[in-house]
Design a protein around this ligand. Sequence first.
Ligand code: NAP
Length: 515
Amino acid sequence: MIPKAGGLWKASHFIWKTTFIRPQFQPYVRMSSSLIRDKAYINGQWTSAKSGATYNVTNPATGEVVGTVPDMDVRDTVAAIETAYKRFQTFKKTTAKERSEKLKVAYRLILGNIDELARILTLENGKPLAESKGEIMYGASFCEWFAEECRRVQGTIVPSPFPTKKIFTLKQPIGVCGMITPWNFPNAMITRKACAAIAAGCTVVLKPAEDTPLSALALCELFDRAGIPAGVMNVVTCNRGNAPAIGKVLCESPLVSHISFTGSSAVGKILLRQSAETVKKCSMELGGNAPFIVFDSADIEVAVRSAMACKFRCAGQTCVCANRFLVQEGIHDKFVEKLTASIKQDVKIGNGMESGVTQGPLINKRAVDKVDSFVEDARKQGANVHVGGQRSSLGDTFYEPTLLSGVTSDMLVSKEEIFGPVVGIAKFKTEEEAIILANGTSAGLAGYVFTSDASQQWRVAEALEYGIVGLNEGLFSCCEGTFGGFKESGLGREGGIGYGIEEYIEVKYLCMGMK
Ligand code: NAP
């Protein structure tokens, strides 16, 4: 039996105002949602900004307003930090079993509300509904995983070198955790860190992305119903203008012990610098520039299927999306031909709420402008366009699925994260050349290798300077796997046995003198 806490919800919280909605999109957004909130969540209370300011959340597919949330600032963040600090003094004393039970209830509540959570996610992020459901399931898996992990966090009794002293290690929650998350996985990027922290006995102040606060607030509602105590999970919403100041206060506050960030490497570096003053432990899940290497011996059907799966998810806006396709000369032309055919046949662009749509909009027009400028740059430098290569007629936020060949290392599509539905293919001759090209970037999050040669699989996987390698596989994310990057793609790991929860734990060495 799932407990219900939190009381009744005001009708104004979940009745969609028809004035928000253009008639043609009414079937998608005019819904009653008990999980839509128009306030931030601090100390278990639905809270307005102290300034009274709000901002609108829009659907990237239609431009329609789908919600309104507080535009909070530093004062609200300080209040949330103080609340989280106060709550930490008692929450750290709860047993792992108690925390585990609450997280398991939250897990069941999330899955029990999967349809509604997925609709909210698609409305604010734009990804197709089926993908949103996949994300909710992935996000929920961290609730369950960390509910299990926390029961097995153990200190040690160490053989002492002294007859008169006993020595031990204790593992304790680190304290208040400041978290900042991106819009591309508005649910799972929160649960992957917040559930680990809560399982460990920490409290959280989280700032979601400006574009996708509704998914974060819906999670708070379910945590509340699960009986997670007030003040453990706090969410401060704000628009882009207030994000740097809120980030700074989270990094600099002496009451915050840990910063966990998922987002771009550029912002990660700012947060690291700001956290240095108080010497905070930091977990950083940053940008990628994933190589996708296809050797001559690869099973071409597997390589094409995997390319489709890992490139076009979230319209190409994931940190592990293949960014640089490196294809050996013997298989190159066939791979280009088959991948082009698959793009033409299998990608359907449109509003993520429509059935059959596989590619939604990009997050905003700025993202489309950036992708278009990258394609233009590649074209000017001699790349060939096999499909797409332009903005979509569907609207400002849509870009056609695109395949370019003849890509070189000098082009923006190779040097930077494209974050859009664009495949850029470069040809190589030897394994050595492929490894040099693949590692020739400051990023090191995920890489992909396709080959039927078992020795080559092992050699190349070892040689890649990446935190995650997909071997003949385009989709690898799961709570059991450790997620994180080498080089400028991050610090620390999320998920996995031990790694994810240990980010939120301090080790204390205890030495006891004996008579
Ligand atoms: P972003 O610009 O770095 O934003 C991420 C978060 O940081 C948002 O909440 C944003 O708030 C906030 N932010 C921006 N500037 C800030 C500042 N100066 N101080 C404090 N917070 C600040 O990244 P994005 O474009 O949203 O997300 C895409 C990036 O995230 C890509 O590089 C992608 O690879 C990376 N990513 C990495 C992983 C991973 O696991 N490694 C997962 C997903 C995404 P606003 O929304 O208000 O601007």
